[in-house]
Design a protein around this ligand. Structure first.
Ligand code: FNR
Length: 388
């Protein structure tokens, strides 16, 4: 039980007589603006942009507006419980840091800065296959703090198996397999800016340090970095996979396996039938299929078929505490935060990511209390009204 939100709120107001000259933003739109100021066009649009005409990105945000919270009164909300249980572990908050690749283009601290911020908050960091720092380095800066590993399923099965083995050996406690990215989407801004950071050696840290990947090269990545990156372009994605291939992952890891990028209820059924341990409803922040449905629209449809058989998480459009409340009320056990953390990273490195996460959890806590709820575990659809 805690008063997390009130503590954060008071720590801010207490500085009223003595203002902090290095104050970071609070307003989401101001974080985004300060990231825009900090970054060149290439990296900024790589983060802020989406697929095609960005209609899915818009749908993600609109989906949250459709649902309204109906607050209840006189329900003793003095102390709240923000903890959740996932795969036998208790986490401080129903919030995880989404897997985000190439964070080195956003700030010099890159993935390590974000990982350290998460460790300080007790927010699980989902390290991306496309991190610039190798997963072992990320694990090292996190100590015992919770972390999951996101797998981009390579065309080379040896690389996939090796990634799983390395993740297990370096203390990651779950595998998030991203299914919506067998290839790069049609991203208008990246094409306009001629910007694909992997080609300049960003976001390939796990590959260039991988024994299975390096075994296929004629010369080491140090001796011939260009050939190594060209090989990466050949093996990164795998568009030939089918549901039966899930058995390959199961064979190579004992960790819980979550599939990320599920939007269709039939895919949720298939995921369960193929023995996955969790589902992440997501459209990759509108970065893959333009004109897709908002992730929050898909959530209740997926939840209806999954029920409580396995945990359902969601991302794509989480910006504020009330968004988290809506996602949990519609059946998510926890949410992943993506772009807000990246705007924090661009603005102030580790400190920025920590501030974004802390504020988001504080907002969640206070808004939940004001809506008349005491525990993130008890939120249900009955606290919402559908205004569609
Ligand atoms: C991503 N995302 C992502 N997902 C993943 O599984 N592996 C990855 O490497 C990346 N990389 C990545 C880079 C950038 C710059 C962004 C913005 C996103 C998707 C991410 O995990 C998450 O699904 C979205 O960020 C959610 O959308 P919002 O809420 O950030 O808009």
């Amino acid at each position: 039980m805690s008063n997390f939100g009130n503590d954060v709120q008071f720590s801010v107001y207490q500085t009223m007589q003595n203002p902090n000259p290095n104050r970071l933003p609070v307003v989401y739109e101001e974080w985004e603006k300060s990231a825009r100021e900090a970054l060149d066009d290439g990296p900024f649009y790589y983060v802020a942009g989406g697929a095609g005409g960005e209609r899915t990105m818009k749908a993600n945000l609109q989906a949250f507006d459709r649902w309204k919270i109906v607050p209840r009164m006189l329900r003793n909300v003095e102390d709240r419980d923000l903890t959740v249980e996932l795969f036998g572990k208790t986490y401080n908050f129903p919030v995880l840091h989404a897997p985000i690749g190439v964070q080195s283009i956003i700030h010099e601290e890159g993935d390590l800065g974000s990982a350290r911020a998460c460790a300080k908050m007790g927010v699980p960091f989902i390290a991306s296959s496309a991190s610039t720092a190798p997963m072992e380095k990320i694990a090292e800066v996190m100590g015992d703090a919770p972390r999951w590993f996101q797998l981009y399923w390579s065309k080379d099965p040896d690389v996939t198996a090796s990634f799983l083995k390395r993740a297990e050996a370096s203390g990651y406690s779950a595998i998030v397999v991203t299914l919506d990215t067998p290839m790069m989407a049609w991203r208008e801004y990246d094409l306009k800016n001629v910007y694909l950071p992997f080609l300049i050696g960003e976001g390939v840290g796990n590959y260039l340090t991988d024994p299975a990947f390096c075994a296929k090269l004629e010369k080491s990545p140090k001796e011939d970095p260009t050939a190594a990156i060209m090989h990466w372009t050949q093996v990164f994605g795998n568009a030939s996979l089918t549901w039966d291939d899930i058995a390959f992952l199961r064979k190579h890891t004992k960790l819980p396996i979550l599939v990320k990028g599920i939007l269709h209820p039939d895919d949720a059924k298939l995921a369960i039938n193929h023995g996955v341990d969790g589902i992440i409803v997501s459209n990759h922040g509108g970065r893959q299929v333009d004109g897709a449905l908002g992730a929050l629209e898909a959530l209740p449809l997926v939840k209806e078929v999954v029920q409580d058989q396995i945990p359902v998480l969601m991302d794509s459009g989480i910006r504020r505490g009330s968004d988290i409340i809506k996602a949990l009320a519609l059946g998510a056990k926890a949410v992943l935060v993506g772009r807000p953390c990246m705007y924090g990273l661009a603005t102030a490195g580790e400190k920025g990511v920590k501030e974004v996460l802390q504020n988001m959890v504080a907002d969640l806590d206070i808004t939940m209390a004001l809506a008349g709820e005491r525990s993130v575990r008890n939120l249900s659809k009955s606290m919402l009204t559908d205004t569609k």
